[in-house]
Design a protein around this ligand. Structure first.
Ligand SMILES: C[S@@+](CC[C@H](N)C(=O)[O-])C[C@H]1O[C@@H](n2cnc3c(N)ncnc32)[C@H](O)[C@@H]1O
Length: 226
């Protein structure tokens, strides 16, 4: 069980928005029944769902972004843009502190247009320090991340599990030495992450990796190729 304290760097009005969005996400998730899963395709069922990354994981990754001075972040799977708010705030803070030669961005990715639209509304509501550094790429991320990706400091894989390994392989040539990769739910969905985990755990992979004991597991890998 993680003890959560509000991050003092997050402005009060954005903290209030985040609390509202995390709560809405949790209420929604709790209302999904077994029957819903059985009677809908995943895409249909999830089309109007937040499924936001847990608050403690989001805070932890925010701190990682600040610790490594991340100014180039990629989020695979954006949904309504809740977790993106954290990475955007961290990148803005890092730029203000002199990182990235005054430049930085969070590349957000979402293939469901109604979700992308909602995400934009949430970022606008937060204001320029969030919306100003986000570049939302709409469509299948295996297409939208093919170009204009470089010097990636941190990659968040909060995506349907079959997409995790193809996404990592697509972005890998653009990871900087020491880049951090986070993959959500790797313990709970270990079976679906089998190939991903075999890949990052491989002794020659160039990654050193740890399974963090957050709810459902959070795999943190650092890219240190020889
Ligand atoms: C778990 S949710 C992301 C939650 C988000 N990170 C948050 O914390 O608010 C995963 C999202 O990935 C999107 N997605 C699934 N396949 C995709 C693809 N091929 N390209 C882009 N987005 C995709 C889904 O529509 C869904 O909204």
């Amino acid at each position: 069980m993680t003890t959560l304290r509000p991050l003092p760097e997050i402005p009060a009005h954005i903290h209030t928005i985040l609390q509202r969005l995390h709560s809405a996400s949790l209420v929604q998730e709790a209302s999904i029944t077994r029957d819903d899963y059985d009677s809908h395709s995943r895409d249909d069922l999830m089309r109007d769902k937040f499924i936001a990354l847990d608050e403690d994981k989001s805070q932890y990754i925010y701190q990682l972004c600040r610790a490594i001075n991340a100014t180039q972040v990629i989020e695979a799977g954006t949904s309504f843009g809740v977790s993106t708010i954290y990475w955007a705030l961290a990148v803005t803070a890092n730029i203000k502190a002199g990182g990235g030669n005054g430049k930085g961005r969070v590349i957000a990715t979402e293939n469901e247009p109604t979700k992308a639209e909602k995400a934009r509304q949430h970022w606008q509501e937060c204001g320029e320090e969030v919306s100003g550094v986000i570049e939302l790429r709409e469509g299948d991320l295996l297409e939208t991340l093919k170009e204009d990706v470089r010097d990636v400091d941190l990659l968040v894989l909060d995506i349907w599990t079959p997409m995790a390994l193809p996404t990592l392989k697509l972005v890998q040539p653009h990871l900087r030495h020491g880049a951090i990769i986070l993959a959500d739910n790797t313990v709970k969905a270990a079976e679906n992450y089998k190939e991903y985990l075999e890949y990052v755990w491989g002794p020659e992979s160039g990654f050193i990796t740890t399974t963090l004991p957050f709810n459902g597991g959070l795999e943190m890998s650092v890219y240190l190729p020889k």
